[in-house]
Design a protein around this ligand. Structure first.
Ligand SMILES: [Cu+2]
Length: 108
């Protein structure tokens, strides 16, 4: 095998691995609109990254009720990503407006 063919083979395997990795990483989005998390209740599989995007003109943040995560204040169009890697029920709220609540159900 020529050196070029070997390099090509290496490149193709690397790309295949990359593609497999990209396909595996799940992500879902929760919008913050008009002082509410939408959808308020979301079900995802363990290993899913959840992205919270603030569409309001005022800052919001995301706080997990179990104390395991707290985002900075998100300005308009800012987002915060949290990986939910363990099954369970995770309640969260906005630390600036605690009446804004949501729930993420993580299935195995
Ligand atoms: Cu808020």
């Amino acid at each position: 095998m020529t050196r070029f063919a070997l390099q090509l083979l290496y490149l193709v395997s690397a790309l295949t691995l990359l593609a497999a990795g990209a396909a595996k990483a799940e992500e879902t989005t929760i919008a913050i609109d008009n002082f509410a998390f939408t959808p308020a209740v979301t079900t995802v599989k363990a290993g899913t990254s959840v992205r919270f995007v603030n569409h309001d003109d005022i800052p919001h943040n995301v706080v997990l009720a179990d104390g395991n995560a707290r985002s900075r204040a998100l300005d308009t169009d800012d987002s915060y990503v949290h990986l939910f890697d363990k099954p369970g029920k995770f309640v969260y709220f906005c630390g600036l407006h605690p009446q804004m609540k949501g729930e993420i159900q993580v299935t195995p």
